[in-house]
Write a protein that binds this ligand. Sequence first.
Ligand code: NAP
Length: 303
Amino acid sequence: MAIIITGASGGFGRAAAAQLLDKIPASELIFTTRKPAGLAEFAARGASVRFADFDAPSSLPAAFAGGTRMLLISTARVGSRVGQHQNAVTAAVAAGVKHIVYTSLLGAAREDNPAIVKLDHRATELIIEKSGASYTFLRDSQYAEAIAAAVIPPALMSGVLPDNAHDGPIAFVSREDCIASAVGVLTQSGHENKAYDITGPELLSFPKAVQMAIELSGKNIAYKPVDDEAMFAYFDSLGVPRHASDDPVTAPIPWSSDDMVTFGQSIREGFFNVVTDHVERITGRKPRSLREVMLQFKDSWPK
Ligand SMILES: NC(=O)c1ccc[n+]([C@@H]2O[C@H](COP(=O)([O-])OP(=O)(O)OC[C@H]3O[C@@H](n4cnc5c(N)ncnc54)[C@H](OP(=O)(O)O)[C@@H]3O)[C@@H](O)[C@H]2O)c1
């Protein structure tokens, strides 16, 4: 048995690779990436580090050769990554991969979910379901780290957080728990053809997250509920592109407002109103709270 992790130099992939190296022999691990030089430390520990670019299908057969299980980490280009994932799944199954674990999104299978990011995820899930391999879909809630590291710091700087999610319930999940869940599924049996909602321990909301940040920082943030049009206008004012692209000239920021505004709409309309015990069932430990994640990042917040 050999386990493949794709995109192993990304934030999720690198941490998953490190955890797997602590659990199973390095000779049973294959880490693929567009930047193999960045994974020299894993190669030195005996893992097989190989070049793979989903946009270059000819690179994939050699990259996936010998693998029997694969963690397919969704790529970053929201709106146009399904073809990349299709290339990866086709090549993996042709190379002999029997089980594919995929990093999906909470609510991916709900038809009426307005979050455009779910379209890529559901399309990829369907590709995997039809591939002939067994699968596990890890449908992650919103990362708590995204709140603590990307939402709160600018809000502390400006003193205001415009937001279109309003008091929509959400159980923010630590990315560390998502990674540990992926590693658990890859190294245990019994997860074939399952979809797990991966959530944090409690339902909160953006206003509650802001209140927590106010308490921990001692600084005020005015939470400002806005509608979707005003949210687009706010991101426009920051220079965030409406659509995601890999073009560093027209879209130098790797995220887009159509993704974020429809994500907020999805939270507001209740599509993230889910708490499960899946993290604990898979990893054997309770999921981290948003407060724990905020405390981890607090020292990096603007003073
Ligand atoms: N639920 C949430 O709140 C949330 C938040 C953020 C992200 N996510 C999801 O989690 C995923 C991983 O997040 P992250 O923080 O690890 O992102 P990241 O550090 O930006 O990594 C992006 C990943 O995409 C891979 N990739 C990009 N283009 C590729 C290509 N052409 N061929 C093969 N791989 C390619 C990269 O692999 P290499 O660079 O190693 O080739 C890397 O693993 C994201 O893509 C996103 O779908 C979820």
